[in-house]
Design a protein around this ligand. Structure first.
Ligand code: 5AD
Ligand code: SF4
Length: 469
């Protein structure tokens, strides 16, 4: 359905543009989907607001990756009840990965009968039609489809940022890691056409985007005919413009020598690689169905470091996978010491319905798992602090992302992203946001670095993270 029919209907119902509030949970894939949801809403005539109280339509785009994420969403949907009781004409929709799981859409409708619309990840392109139906009086609409193999191109998009862009290159996942719900809620892996992705990247560069992140659940297994992921990175690198290329999430089994060599050759590819290891123990990796061993992972890391000495590697780690012993956990700590990650996302294993690991016996106590997580986090913090101390006194090229606060002298405290994906804060002008700048690092005692803006553009950039020689 065209959004014009919805627009006409809304025009009859509202004397001013209706206001939408879109809340996003979870990963970059969801952030990117929400930009498409907002694109569809904008095309139908919606304005946007930043709080639920002002909204005529609330859309909650949900995440199902862990129990904790899901419980948070349930709590936040429940909290909307009084608002809906005050303003019955307000519409509430819940979408994304939670409704896409068997039975969860029904559960949302049973538990929260005030929710007007529930739809799964594959139904997003039908949003105009679904909104038309609920604004025409349909109650408790639910649309969750099994369609897994298609990609909807040409959906409108309203990007959250004018300088950082998500560029989805593939959807879904075929890996079926034994703990993970993603293959069940995001469907089979499918890649967008090479030329379509390159065209979108070209448009982003022309619009002045400075940081383009190629997205896929398994980004580096991208393939369109004989064009694989390294070819795509190379092609985007050749586009004119001053921008960085990032990509996530890479699966270690698909992190080929060709990809690492391509990264090393591509001037615009950020010297950052997010390469989730999940565990440092071979038995656990096998039980997780990760399809690589500890030594294969370390080989990839060593090759990456030798090709790009200034590379920062980050990772995801799950502690307390069913049956993980203390000794197996020690293998993970040992691997973390060897790789020297820039940062880690750490999780306690969370059983997900329908996944293979959910059926495994899990004798280790929650308390023990929490203790393991804490030990891992404090090890990582000491590694990260040691790593970043090498930046002391160096000049780095950073992308100013936001104003954190205004300082007593009227200057803005700017938060900026380094090529490694690390964050540095410095005093400057609020107009810096969205620009690449040179910043001298003055304090490396905290994970968020402190720096000083310096006007040294045009100098030769070499070495660590574009350290000025
Ligand atoms: N329990 C805990 N962590 C999980 N992840 C995915 N599924 C689970 C789960 N069931 C983590 C993995 C993945 C990241 C996005 O979330 O580390 O890389
Ligand atoms: Fe989940 Fe594994 Fe696919 Fe990542 S690669 S989305 S962890 S199944």
């Amino acid at each position: 359905m065209e959004s014009s029919a919805l627009k006409n209907l809304l025009g009859q119902l509202f004397s001013r543009p209706p206001r939408a509030f879109v809340r996003t949970y979870g990963c970059q894939g969801n952030l990117s989907d929400s930009e498409r949801i907002k694109g569809i809403l904008a095309a139908a005539g919606f304005d946007f607001c930043t709080c639920t109280e002002e909204a005529d339509l609330i859309i909650m785009n949900t995440c199902a990756i862990r129990e904790h994420a899901q419980e948070r969403v349930f709590g936040n949907i429940g909290a909307l009840k009084p608002l809906k009781e005050q303003r019955r004409e307000m519409k509430i929709a819940v979408c994304g990965c939670m409704p896409q799981q068997g039975g969860v859409g029904e559960k949302i409708q049973r538990r929260f009968p005030f929710v007007d619309l529930v739809f799964g990840t594959h139904a997003l392109p039908q949003l105009p039609q679904m909104l038309f139906e609920i604004y025409s009086g349909t109650k408790h609409l639910r649309r969750v489809e099994d369609e897994e193999g298609t990609i909807s191109e040409n959906l409108p998009i309203k990007r959250d940022s004018s300088f950082k862009a998500w560029l989805p290159i593939s959807y879904g996942c075929d890996n079926f890691c034994s703990y993970c719900v993603v293959p069940y809620v995001r469907g089979r892996e499918r890649s967008r056409a090479f030329d379509v992705v390159v065209k979108e990247a070209r448009e982003l560069a022309a619009q002045g985007y400075k940081d383009i992140t190629l997205l896929g659940q398994n980004v580096n297994s991208y393939r369109d005919g004989n064009k694989n992921f390294p070819k795509l990175v190379k092609e985007i690198d050749s586009i004119e413009g001053d921008f960085r290329i990032r990509f996530m999430t890479s699966h270690p089994k698909d992190c080929s020598e060709e990809l690492l060599r391509t990264m090393a050759q591509c001037r615009k590819a950020a010297r950052h690689l997010h390469l989730p290891v999940q565990s440092g123990n071979d038995e656990i990796l096998s039980a997780m169905n990760r399809k690589y061993t500890r030594s294969q992972y370390l080989e990839t890391v060593n090759l990456a470091k030798s090709l790009m000495p200034d590379l920062t590697i980050t990772s995801d780690i799950i502690v307390g996978f069913p049956g993980e012993s203390e000794a197996q956990f020690r293998d993970t700590l040992d691997l973390v010491r060897q790789v020297e990650y820039g940062s880690l996302f750490t999780f306690i294993y969370s059983p997900r319905d329908g996944t293979a690991a959910a059926a495994l016996p899990d004798p280790v106590s929650r308390q023990e798992k929490v203790a393991r997580l804490q030990e891992l986090c404090s090890l990582q913090e000491s590694i990260a602090l040691r790593r970043i101390s090498r930046y002391q006194g160096k000049v780095l090229r950073v992308l100013a992302e936001e104003v954190r606060e205004f300082l007593p002298d009227g200057q803005a405290l700017i938060s900026a992203r380094m090529e490694s994906n690390g964050v540095v804060e410095f005093a400057g002008d609020e107009g810096f946001v969205g620009q690449f700048l040179d910043v001298e690092i003055t304090d490396t005692n905290r994970l968020i670095l402190k720096g000083k803006f310096c006007e040294c553009h045009g100098r030769k950039i070499t070495g660590i993270e574009g350290v000025t020689a």
